[in-house]
Design a protein around this ligand. Structure first.
Ligand code: PMP
Length: 304
């Protein structure tokens, strides 16, 4: 089937998808030295809106800063990024909701590993917004692979190379018959999934690992925290033990590609009665509306 989104942004212009290439000798390819984000674009007739685009841009900026990709800050600002997104969507003209993957590649070929001052290129491509995990009740397996700690490859930077850690853990979960993994840190505390944050509900309180638990500071995680607080749900961000997931009243996960998806089983233990719970369901609805029709928070950016 022909690619429905054949126009890709690379460097400073739109090119045909087959021409959007990065050298095999680049540090991006050799060391996984790229940072990225994925953001959703909602399509309603001729109107296109991106969700929390400024936060996604800031996360790219912060990821570059952490890793030392210094030329992003001098070459890119939000206005240039916004114009590039508008051009990308305008050329591809999606008719249903899509995701955009935006990546900053270190394109220089450097003998030895270094990053400062290296040439970069931003790429962006569009694909259908299909969730990467089941939406009606996920089954999770705690992973034998530990989450990479902040003092090795920081989780709060969305670095391509670090995703080998996610691939190992997700593949292990799938091979064992589960939908996804739960990453633990070196002390056995819960971090996140391969590409989503995790929440649990216990005694009517919403609990999630805090941002210094080797997790990505997920944009949908922040969204859920805001929506829950607005709904009067008590929220606690703290260290979470694996066994707390086993006895939770509800568990759910969040992410751009995961949505706000309920979890019905962890390590062979059924969560509560095995059906998505009321808090998860209510927040899932609020989250879905926020992505498409939010007017209160300034989260939607019109792409025109
Ligand atoms: N954790 C990891 C490791 C991820 O890759 C993602 C997906 N970006 C998330 C959490 C969720 O982040 P967000 O809500 O910003 O998509």
């Amino acid at each position: 089937m022909a690619n429905p989104y054949p126009h890709v942004y690379l460097g400073d212009r739109i090119v045909a998808a087959e021409e959007a290439t990065v050298s095999v000798a680049s540090s991006a390819v050799l060391y996984g030295l790229s940072v990225y984000t994925v953001f959703p674009v909602h399509v309603a007739g001729a109107a296109h809106t991106a969700f929390r685009l400024d936060d996604h841009f800031r996360r790219i900026e912060e990821s570059c800063k952490i890793i030392g990709i210094d030329r992003f800050a001098t070459e890119w600002d939000f206005d240039r990024f916004y114009a590039a997104v508008v051009e990308l969507i305008g050329r591809n003209m999606p008719t249903t909701d899509v995701f955009v993957r935006a990546t900053v590649h270190v394109v220089e070929s450097i003998p030895g590993t270094k990053v400062r001052g290296c040439a970069i290129r931003l790429s962006m491509f569009v694909y259908d917004a299909v969730p990467i995990v089941p939406q009606d009740g996920m089954r999770l397996k705690s992973s034998p692979w530990r989450r990479i700690p902040d003092n090795a490859i920081p989780s709060r930077a969305k670095v391509n190379g670090a995703y080998v850690n996610s691939v190992l853990a997700k593949q292990d979960a799938i091979d064992s018959g589960y939908d996804d993994c739960v990453f633990l840190d070196g002390n056995g505390h819960v971090c996140e999934l391969s590409a989503a944050n995790i929440f649990l509900v216990r005694n009517d309180t919403l609990i999630t690992p805090d941002v210094s638990c080797d997790i990505l500071d997920g944009i949908n995680r922040r969204t859920i925290l805001t929506l829950a607080a607005e709904d009067g749900i008590p929220v606690v961000e703290r260290t979470v033990d694996l066994t707390e997931l086993y006895i939770a009243d509800e568990v759910f996960v969040t992410g751009t590609s995961a949505g706000a998806a309920p979890v019905i089983e962890v390590d062979g233990r059924v969560v509560a009665d095995g059906r998505p719970g009321p808090v998860s369901q209510a927040l899932r609805k609020r989250h879905s509306a926020a992505l498409r029709t939010d007017t209160l928070h300034g989260w939607l950016t019109t792409l025109a």
